[in-house]
Design a protein. Sequence first.
Length: 252
Amino acid sequence: MYAFVRNFQRCPGPLLRPSSAKILPARKPKEKPTTRCLAEYVVPLKVSTECTPSTNTPPKTAPAQRKAQTKKATPLKKKLTVLREVASADVGQKDIPPHLLPSELALDALAHDLLKQLKKFQDRLAAKSEEKSHAHRRYVAGFHESLKKVRVDDAKLVILARNVDAEMNEVLPNSPLFDLRSECKNRRVPLIEASTKRGLTRALAKFPYTNCVGVLDYSGVEHIFHQLLLHAETVRVEKIVQNNVDQASLFA
């Protein structure tokens, strides 16, 4: 065998196949599977005969579903339905105190708009950097925080809710409201009474209720800030006129 291989490498001519070798039949190419017609796979749609356009008969309902449809409301459910209807009808008037002047309503709207814009700017800065947001605050909430900023001349405006608690309205030496009013008067910081505790809380999305808000930086909303001051002066004059309607003159 080795000699045969060696001779095969030496002889460049064609190698003759011995007669004893088997001749294998040629392989037939495999036939590809034929694809079936797409129509054979399509399942015919079942046409529902319960409710056709020609007939207006409603579809058949199950006995349990028919029983649920004909179930009567209980007395408690009727009362709850009535209470919900009344609450939904008065939902827009809950936050509006009685005997408010139209200028006061406009003042409340401007105060809410100002606080919402300031909160939007503050949240945008907080999303970038918490340290910068704390260092450059646009507003503070609460009596003590507002009082501290007023004393260091950082507050540009103080917004006070009208419905402040009765004990806070008492003029006492240790009352934070009394200290805040006196400090704002001495340092000539505008103090505006607008909206309610609930309105201020909603504008700033804070919890719990907010009695007072101190505005530290109003850059970007200067037009709203100046409109708010003008409306506050208008409300103050209208209240003076309303309280002295019976007098012949304001100087009487």
